[in-house]
Design a protein around this ligand. Structure first.
Ligand SMILES: Nc1ncnc2c1ncn2[C@@H]1O[C@H](COP(=O)(O)OP(=O)(O)OP(=O)(O)O)[C@@H](O)[C@H]1O
Length: 322
C-alpha cells in the first residue's frame, strides 16, 4: 500500500491555551487503511482530524495528501479537502427532510436518474433503504449516524474521517457499524481515519492504531501488537483498563483485569475483596492488595463472599518502560 497522507512534525496549538491542540505529530497513512486515533479526552484527536481534513492549518510542519500540501480554509471556496469527507458528532442533516433527499442532495451536476440510482445504491450499502421516506427527526441516533455516513460516501471520497462514530449507539448497532466501516474500506477502498475514546472499537477494527497523549503520538502500530506490549502505563490503562503495579526497584508492570487469576492452588498473594459488580459476561471485582486497589474480571462467576480474603496471582505481566 502506498502512502496517501503524511504529517511532518505538525504543530497546532490554540492561542488561548498553550498546552492544547497537537505538538509535533509525524504520521503516515496508507491508502485503504483503517486508522484509529485513540487518546484520553483533550489529547488532540479532533484537532488532528481537522488538520488532515484541511479545516485547520498547521502553525509549524505540513500535512501532505498524495505528496501535495493540503490547502487550508483560507485557500478554498469550500473548506475541507475535495477527496475527503468528515462525519462529526454534530448533526448536520436536514432534520425535516427525508432520508433520501438528505443523501441525494449531496450530488450536484448529476442527472436525476444517476442521482436516484446512486442514492439507492448507497442506502442499500448502509442498510438504510427501508428508511428512505422517513424524516431525519423520526430516526434513532444510530440511524442518523448511518445517514450521515451515506451522505459522506455518496460522493465517492477517497478518505472518510469519522469523529467518534460509535459514541451515540448501542452494542448491537455498534457491531453493524463496525461491519459497515470494514466494508467501506474493503469493498469501496475508502481510507478510513476515525477518532475514538473507546478503545474496544479501535482494537477490533483498525489496521493501525495511533495513540496520542497531550498532542503527541506516543505509540503507533497494529492494535494486537500494542495491546500485547503496551510498554507504558498510559497505553495499558487506555487500551485495557490495566492495573499498574510496582515490581523490583523502580520497575512497574501492567496486568489487565482478566489476567488477575483468583482461587488457584498455587496462588501466591492474598487480597481482600472490596466489591463485586455484575457486568453481564463477567463480574468486576475490586480487590485490595497490600493497600493497593486492583480490578479483576471473573468470567466464571465464582461463588465469593463479600469482604472475603482471596488468593490471587497475575499472569501475562507486561513490563512498562514509562
Ligand atoms: N477551538 C479551540 N480553542 C481553544 N482550545 C481548544 C479548541 N479546540 C480544542 N481545544 C483544546 O485543545 C485540546 C485538544 O482538543 P481536541 O478536541 O483535539 O481533543 P480530543 O482528544 O478530541 O478530546 P475529546 O476526546 O474530549 O473530544 C483540549 O485541551 C481542548 O480544550
Amino acid at each position: 500500500m502506498d502512502t496517501l497522507i503524511k504529517l511532518n512534525n505538525v504543530y497546532r496549538n490554540y492561542l488561548e491555551n498553550q498546552h492544547s491542540g497537537v505538538s509535533g505529530i509525524s504520521l503516515e497513512i496508507k491508502r485503504g487503511e483503517i486508522v484509529s486515533i485513540v487518546g484520553e479526552s483533550g489529547s488532540g484527536k479532533s484537532t488532528l482530524l481537522k488538520l488532515i481534513y484541511g479545516i485547520l492549518v498547521p502553525e509549524i510542519g505540513e500535512v501532505l495528501y498524495e505528496n501535495k500540501r493540503i490547502q487550508g480554509p483560507g485557500e478554498k471556496l469550500i473548506p475541507g479537502h475535495d477527496d475527503m469527507r468528515m462525519v462529526t458528532q454534530e448533526v448536520t442533516l436536514n432534520l425535516y427532510a427525508r432520508v433520501f433527499d438528505n443523501i441525494s442532495g449531496q450530488l450536484s451536476n448529476t442527472d436525476l436518474q444517476t442521482k436516484n440510482d446512486l442514492t439507492v445504491k448507497t442506502m442499500k450499502f448502509l442498510r438504510i433503504d427501508h428508511l428512505a421516506n422517513k424524516k431525519i427527526v423520526d430516526l434513532s441516533g444510530g440511524e442518523q449516524q448511518r445517514v450521515a455516513i451515506a451522505r459522506a460516501i455518496i460522493t465517492e471520497p477517497t478518505v472518510l474521517l469519522l469523529d467518534e462514530p460509535f459514541s451515540m449507539i448501542d452494542t448491537i448497532l455498534k457491531k453493524q457499524l463496525r461491519d459497515d466501516i470494514e466494508r467501506l474500506s474493503k469493498e469501496l477502498n475508502i481510507t478510513v481515519i476515525m477518532v475514538s475514546h473507546d478503545p474496544s472499537d479501535a482494537l477490533s477494527l483498525a489496521d493501525k492504531l495511533v495513540i496520542i497523549r497531550e498532542g503527541k503520538v506516543v505509540r503507533q502500530g497494529h492494535p494486537k501488537e500494542i495491546y500485547k506490549n503496551p510498554e507504558s502505563a498510559y497505553v495499558a490503562k487506555l487500551l485495557g483498563a490495566a492495573n499498574i503495579l510496582n515490581g523490583e526497584g523502580s520497575e512497574q508492570y501492567a496486568v489487565y483485569p482478566q489476567d488477575v487469576i483468583i482461587g488457584d492452588s498455587e496462588n501466591v498473594m492474598e487480597a481482600k475483596l472490596k466489591s463485586i459488580h455484575f457486568n453481564g459476561s463477567y463480574n468486576e471485582l475490586t480487590l485490595s492488595l497490600d493497600g493497593k486497589q486492583i480490578v479483576a474480571y471473573d468470567f466464571s462467576f465464582l461463588d465469593i463472599d463479600p469482604l472475603s480474603e482471596l488468593k490471587i496471582k497475575f499472569r501475562n505481566k507486561k513490563a512498562l518502560s514509562s
